[in-house]
Design a protein around this ligand. Structure first.
Ligand SMILES: [Zn+2]
Length: 237
């Protein structure tokens, strides 16, 4: 057994690593012999199966796309879910093939947004048994956000504006709807103002898109075990 704590890995020196200062590696808990059920497993309710279509920004016959419940630091964070209660390795061929098509389509839609350089696509599945794929948009020009730690930066950066967020959601929903399905995210109402009132701050509609979606970090808090090796880009969710 190791008596001295392991030194921190090289990635803590990467420009993309969000923290600085003295760091030390956490003690690992002992592995549990039997892992607890995820959401939608055993007797735990499945939040995806019980969520109505209205909780999503776009819905189709076999797939749904949901947003976070509020703007976060990245220009766009979305989750693609199958309608059926299946995990990735359990998808029948039809859904497996469609997953590829949907992944490409959604990546393209998010990448088409102004100010988005790259879209990171991730699947962890440690929090919920219902298939869900994360799509995280990296802002253009923010080279320090490249790679593995993008999901951490999402909670560190100041949130984008509500109006920008809603506009982005509506654009992605409309893009997906070009291929079928139903867009549910609407653009923010245009705030037409007479010139004399231009100095007043515009009102933003506070419609809740999705009350049940948790943020990346909140999802991680569901996980009783430490996350996987961050150098592989794995994240509990
Ligand atoms: Zn489910």
């Amino acid at each position: 057994m190791q008596d001295t704590p392991p030194s921190v890995p090289d990635f803590t020196q990467w420009p993309s690593f969000p923290f600085e200062g003295d760091l030390r590696v956490k003690q690992l808990d002992d592995p549990v012999p039997v892992e607890p059920p995820r959401r939608g497993e055993g007797n735990r309710e499945c939040t995806a199966c019980s969520a109505p279509d209205e909780a999503y920004i776009w819905v189709g016959e076999r797939w749904r796309v949901r947003a976070m419940d509020r703007p976060t630091g990245l220009p766009m964070v979305l989750i693609l879910e199958s309608r059926s209660h299946l995990d990735l390795g359990d998808l029948p061929n039809l859904l497996a093939a469609e997953l590829g098509v949907m992944t490409v389509r959604l990546e393209r839609a998010i990448r088409s947004l102004d100010g988005v350089a790259r879209v990171h696509v991730s699947r962890w599945g440690d929090g919920s048994a219902h298939l869900h794929i994360w799509f995280l948009a990296r802002p253009y020009g923010r080279l320090q956000l490249r790679g593995t730690f993008l999901s951490l930066w999402d909670s560190i950066l100041p949130p984008i504006t509500e109006a920008q967020w809603r506009e982005n959601l509506a654009l992605v929903a409309a893009w997906l709807a070009e291929f079928g399905g139903r867009p549910l995210a609407e653009p923010p109402r245009i705030q037409w103002q007479a010139p004399s009132s231009l100095s007043a701050p515009p009102e933003v509609e506070a419609e809740i898109v999705d009350e049940e979606t948790v943020s990346v970090i909140e999802a991680a808090e569901e996980i009783p075990e430490p996350p996987d090796d961050p150098t592989t880009g794995q994240r509990p969710a």
